[in-house]
Every structure is written in structure tokens, then in C-alpha cells.
Design a protein. Structure first.
Ligand SMILES: Nc1ncnc2c1ncn2[C@@H]1O[C@H](COP(=O)(O)OP(=O)(O)OP(=O)(O)O)[C@@H](O)[C@H]1O
Length: 645
């Protein structure tokens, strides 16, 4: 049976091999592609083992195989998105050259639907259109493109339905999948990667979605690669070529129509009335190793069946043809010919405005972002206001004022951490959109900052006023204005701190713990629990004291409250009255040589510093990841060369 392998594949491929250089579109080839990860004992475990293949304009390639066989890894490797802990070896060429796939050239639809759950389908796609499509397109053109794409994906009936999340039931899983696809095909990219585009869709929806994607591919000679789990026979037939993997090895690469013949000739004919793709997957799934029925009533173990098929493919004429085609593409395609379809994206100002608006709407609709916090602040301020009600101006009120202000600086600002889960969700969306090049890091930071200002102002003013006037802190609107402004500055600072944490620690539970820990240290260093002069002095006071924003916030709040007031002095032997300035220097050991406005300016300066730092971290990570991967690939290559010698 094995002798007949070559002849079984001959003639089954309908790949182009002549006149490639005259063709437009994207030719993607990969040759001897290996991807490895570190295993538990310090060695390297291969995920992809020497894969070779190609995909051409107008074609849709299906990557299939059992769960964990490396489908997503192959997609990620081809799209240049592998994790930094993986190492890649082999050659991936775009139109015959080592080109970076940029915005407008390629798009990637991830397996998880990371969408803004508070938006409707129309809003999600339209905001995305505004971000991705160039400023040269009018608003109405962008709207039209968004609506046409929604229609293409069969979502017109759900157009005004919210995507839905933990608090609101919205779209079904399959509809969310289609929204994700809509967003990525808005720019009509020349190369499209789809990770499980039909997961969660029923067979009719899968068919319609895939046939629309295939139409898109053929319309403008787009190149499409999709990993797919369990296509129905109708969907399977839509694909032009199939890359069948098992444990990172190629079992079959060639036209979908010839796969049946390949399996039959190797002794695994597809039984009548069975979906061919189900048959292939069952034949090569070794997770539940069972005997596979071979032709003529014979049975073989799955492992043996896979080895046989892999070896058979390697020695087949089909494999030679694929290699030949990969070489032809490399030699004939003009390296510089990567066309960019929508390479022009919206400008910085448009991105900032759209992101501000989108984020503002999301914050308004997501109760977990600010509204819950607003309610808690109201309750807290009512509590603080009643506990410290009408604080008076006797000697005992000095300590009480200090305590209540410290509570405001530490706990009330600490609570800003509560919005972190919602913020982490927004960061996930940012990461997906950023990976696909929809907009820049700076636009995101500006958008997030501007959209949060109205909510933070509201929280500082309304509950703040309730607490301020119930307690009876220093009279005068300018004093209250300073109090509210400093509270606002502290809250936006904590949010900026959490932005840094989220850039470095994307998991929100870990993020909350990290953020809470950092704030705990800062509170301790703020100069209240241990007065400034009593702090240890390794070099110049305790360094944490200067880094902690609580120091400046405390100073600002205290100066605002105490300066201008006079209290009776009950200390034996002292004068009968004590001024606010004396309290600041003697009791609280604060530096009064500069004004409270300097303190607030320092806090606002820290806000800017923190936001710039998060920009730097995100940018740095983006730059660092490819560098690390490049270095690792180089060292892996050197090691292999040495081993070969
Ligand atoms: N960055 C990584 N670090 C460690 N292991 C990884 C990494 N990426 C992938 N793997 C492992 O490689 C194997 C293949 O993973 P991959 O996600 O590519 O499979 P898949 O075929 O897409 O699976 P599924 O169909 O279930 O999504 C899995 O065992 C996975 O755990």
C-alpha cells in the first residue's frame, strides 16, 4: 500500500506555479519551520516540527488537527506573534522576502473574543472603523463600511444589541465571533489570519461566515489562513487547501479535494456517510488512543497510523510539489511587492477623540468602572462625615483633623483600585487592537486619561463636599476647591499607578494584589504613621518618603486645612494659642517653606510621570519581545550549527 503513495497525490494539487511575479496579493511561504518551548527539565519541547507550506492570493488554507497539535502556534508563527518564551527556526517569507507584516497588510482574528462588552454591535464596529480607516475617508463612508461589513457577517438583526458581559446578557458566542471578524476585515486586509473563526457557530452560521470569507478572499485576491476545529462537510469543501497537523508534524498538506484519496491510499478510507474532516481528525487523534479501522477490516493503533501518514506524506510527490512551489515563490515574486491596502490609518487626533469617546461610553455603561465606586464613596463620606461631625476648633480637633485627612489621603484614594478589573478588561482590548496595529499607545493613554476625568471629578466633588461640610473643615470655597482638587489628583494618580501595574501584570487578580501592596508601602511612607523626623535616615531620610505621593498629598491637605487657623494650646508651659503653621511644623513635622500649590503640582507631575512611564513600559515591551525572540533564535541557530559540525 505504501508504494502507491506518490501516485495518489500526483495531480491532486491545483497550485499556481507559473507567472507568479505578475500576480498581485500576498504569497506566504514557510520552510522547515520549527517552534520549541522550554520543558520542565530544562530541555526544549518541539511544538512545530519542520513544517513547510505556502498559501497564495485568492486561496483559503485550513489548518486542522486535534486539540493541542499546534494550529494556533503555526498561525502565530506565520503572523509573527509568537510568545517570547518560544523559539522559532526556519524560514517564513512574505512575497519571497523577510517582510514585517504591518497594519493594513494583515489582520489577525484571535480565538478569544476580546470585545468591549458595553457597546452595541454597530458601535463596536463603527468605533473600530473610525480608528482603523484613514482620515481621508468621510464619516459617512466609514459608517457605510461598518454597516456593510456587519451585513456581510449576517449580524444586521443584532446590530443594536449590546455585546454583553458579566452584568448584561448580550450576543451569543457565535455572534461575538462574527463581531471579532467584522472588526478585523474592516480595512480589507490582503492577508487574514483566523484562529477558530467558526467556534461557537452552528453549522448554518459556520457555512455562511466561511463562504463570505471565501468570497472576500476571491474578490480581491486576498490570502486567508484559518485554523479550524470541526468543520461540517459543507464548510470543509469551501476551503481550497488543507494543512493537517498532528503533534506539530504535517500529516497532509494539499488540496482539500485530494485529502480523501490520500487517506484511502494509505489504508484509511473515509466510510460512506461520514464527514471527511471528522474522519481525518479521528484517524490522527492520539489523545484517546484507540484502534483505527483500516481498509479490509484491519486495525492499527492511532500512533502507528499517524507515523504512517506522516512518513507517507514526506515521501509523497505532493510534498515535493509543495517544496517546489515554495522555492518558485521565493525566486519569482518581487520582494518589494507587499501591497498595503489600508496602510493609512486615522491620525493621532482622531484616534484620541474616538478612544476618549469610546472609553467614556464604556465607563458610563459599566457599573463596575465608576458607579459602584461612586456609591461606596457616598457611603464612606457619609460615615466619615458623621463620625467626625462638626469637628470644632478645640485642641482635640488638631489630632482629629489630622486623622480624617490621612484617612482621605490613604483609604479614599486607595479605593481607586476598585476599578482595576474593568480597567484590565480595557487593557485586554487595547492589547488586541494594538497587536493588530489599530492605533498607537499614546492615543490609548490620552483617551483613557481624558475619559476618566469627568467621573473622577464627580467622585471628588459630590461625596467630597458631603464629607467636607459635615465634618466642618476650614471654611471658604477656595479651601474646599483645593480639597476636591487634591482628592481628584490623588485618585487619578492611583489610576495611573494601576495603569503601570496593568502594563506589566496583565492578570487582574495579580494586578490588584500588586497595586494594593505598592499603595500599602506608600501609605506607610507617607509621614503620618511614622512622623517624617522619626523615619530612618540611611542617606537623606527614608527614600520611600520622597517617592510616596501620600507625603505630598498629606502636606497639601494639611496646609490647606491648618494654615490660617488658630487653636487653643493645652500644653503645659506653652503659649495660650497655637497657629496652624506651628502645628504643621511642630506636630506634623512638615516643611512649610513652600506652598500647598507646590504639593498639588508635584502630585499632578507624578500623574504625568506615571502615565509616561506606562507608555514607556508598553512601548519597551513591544520592542523588547521581538529582540528577545531574535536573540533566542540566533543562539538556537548557533547551537544547531555547532551540533551539526
Ligand atoms: N508559549 C507557549 N509556552 C508553552 N507551551 C506552549 C506555548 N504555546 C503553545 N504551547 C503548547 O503547544 C501545544 C500546541 O498549542 P496550540 O495552542 O498551538 O494548539 P492548538 O492546536 O491550537 O490547540 P486548540 O485546538 O486546543 O486551540 C500545546 O500543548 C500548548 O500547551
Amino acid at each position: 500500500m505504501e508504494d502507491s503513495h506518490d501516485s495518489s497525490i500526483t495531480g491532486s494539487q491545483e497550485m499556481e506555479s507559473i507567472g507568479l511575479s505578475k500576480r498581485s496579493g500576498i504569497y506566504l511561504t514557510w520552510k522547515d519551520l520549527w517552534v520549541t518551548v522550554q520543558d520542565k527539565v530544562g530541555g526544549r519541547r518541539p511544538i512545530l516540527q519542520g513544517l513547510t507550506g505556502c498559501v497564495q492570493p485568492g486561496e483559503v488554507l485550513a489548518i486542522m488537527g486535534p486539540s493541542g497539535c499546534g494550529k494556533s502556534t503555526l498561525l502565530d508563527a506565520l503572523a509573527g506573534r509568537l510568545d517570547s518564551n518560544t523559539r522559532q527556526r526556519g524560514e517564513i517569507l512574505v512575497n519571497g522576502g523577510r517582510k514585517q507584516l504591518g497594519f493594513g497588510t494583515s489582520a489577525y482574528v484571535t480565538q478569544d473574543d476580546i470585545l468591549m462588552t458595553t457597546l452595541t454591535v454597530r458601535e463596536a464596529v463603527y468605533y473600530s472603523a473610525q480608528l482603523q480607516l484613514p482620515d481621508s475617508m468621510s464619516k459617512s463612508e466609514k459608517k457605510e463600511r461598518a454597516e456593510a461589513t456587519i451585513k456581510e457577517m449576517g449580524l444586521q438583526d443584532a446590530i443594536d444589541t449590546r455585546i454583553g458581559g458579566w452584568n448584561v446578557k448580550g450576543l451569543s458566542g457565535g455572534q461575538k465571533r462574527r463581531v471579532s471578524i467584522c472588526i478585523e476585515i474592516l480595512t480589507r486586509p490582503k492577508l487574514l489570519f483566523l484562529d477558530e473563526p467558526t467556534s461557537g457557530l452552528d453549522s448554518a452560521a459556520s457555512y455562511h461566515v466561511m463562504s463570505r470569507i471565501i468570497k472576500l478572499a476571491q474578490q480581491d485576491r486576498r490570502t486567508v489562513i484559518a485554523s479550524i476545529h470541526q468543520p461540517s462537510s459543507e464548510v470543509f469543501e469551501l476551503f481550497h487547501n488543507l494543512c493537517l497537523l498532528s503533534s506539530g508534524r504535517t500529516v497532509y498538506f494539499g488540496s482539500t479535494s485530494a485529502a480523501n484519496e490520500f487517506f484511502a491510499l494509505n489504508g484509511f478510507p473515509c466510510p460512506p456517510m461520514r464527514n471527511p474532516s471528522d474522519h481525518y481528525l479521528r484517524t490522527i487523534n492520539q489523545d484517546f488512543d484507540e484502534d483505527i479501522e483500516q481498509g479490509f477490516g484491519e486495525k492499527r493503533s492511532t500512533k502507528r497510523a499517524i507515523t504512517l501518514l506522516v512518513e507517507s506524506y514526506k515521501s509523497s510527490e505532493n510534498f515535493q510539489q509543495v517544496q517546489q512551489l515554495v522555492n518558485d515563490i521565493r525566486l519569482q515574486i518581487n520582494v518589494g511587492s507587499v501591497e498595503k491596502t489600508g496602510s493609512q490609518k486615522s491620525g493621532f487626533i482622531t484616534q484620541c477623540l474616538v478612544l476618549t469617546k469610546r472609553s467614556f461610553v464604556n465607563m458610563y455603561r459599566d457599573p463596575g468602572y465608576y458607579w459602584l465606586r461612586f456609591a461606596i464613596y457616598m457611603a464612606l463620606c457619609l460615615c466619615v462625615g458623621t463620625i467626625f461631625y462638626d469637628i470644632g476648633s478645640d485642641y482635640g480637633s488638631i489630632q482629629a483633623r489630622g486623622s480624617v485627612l490621612m484617612f482621605v489621603v490613604s483609604f479614599m484614594t486607595f479605593l481607586a483600585i476598585g476599578g482595576f478589573p474593568s480597567f484590565a478588561e480595557e487593557m485586554k482590548i487595547f492589547s488586541r487592537e494594538r497587536m493588530n496595529g489599530h492605533y498607537g499607545v499614546a492615543s490609548f493613554i490620552v483617551g483613557n486619561t481624558l475619559s476618566s476625568i469627568p467621573y473622577l471629578l464627580l467622585i471628588s466633588i459630590v461625596p467630597g463636599a458631603m464629607a467636607y461640610y459635615l465634618i466642618g473643615l476650614q471654611n471658604g470655597i477656595s479651601h474646599f476647591a483645593y480639597f476636591a482638587l487634591m482628592l481628584f489628583a490623588c485618585m487619578i494618580l492611583v489610576e495611573s499607578l494601576m495603569m503601570i501595574v496593568a502594563s506589566a501584570v496583565p492578570n487582574y487578580l495579580l494586578g490588584i494584589i500588586t497595586g494594593a501592596g505598592i499603595q500599602g508601602i506608600m501609605i506607610l511612607n507617607g509621614g503620618f504613621f511614622r512622623l517624617p523626623n522619626d523615619l530612618p535616615r540611611p542617606v537623606w531620610k527614608y527614600p520611600g518618603y520622597y517617592i510616596s505621593f501620600h507625603k505630598y498629598a498629606n502636606e497639601g491637605f494639611y496646609k490647606n486645612e491648618f494654615q490660617g487657623l488658630v487653636f487653643p494650646n493645652l500644653q503645659v508651659g506653652g503659649p495660650s494659642k497655637i497657629t496652624g503653621d506651628e502645628i504643621l511644623t511642630k506636630y506634623w513635622q512638615m516643611d512649610t517653606s513652600f506652598s500647598k500649590w507646590i504639593d498639588i503640582a508635584i502630585v499632578f507631575g507624578m500623574v504625568i510621570g506615571y502615565r509616561v512611564l506606562s507608555f514607556g513600559i508598553v512601548k519597551g515591551m513591544e520592542k523588547l519581545k521581538p529582540m528577545i525572540r531574535k536573540c533566542l533564535a540566533c543562539s538556537a541557530k548557533k547551537r544547531t550549527d555547532i551540533e551539526d559540525e
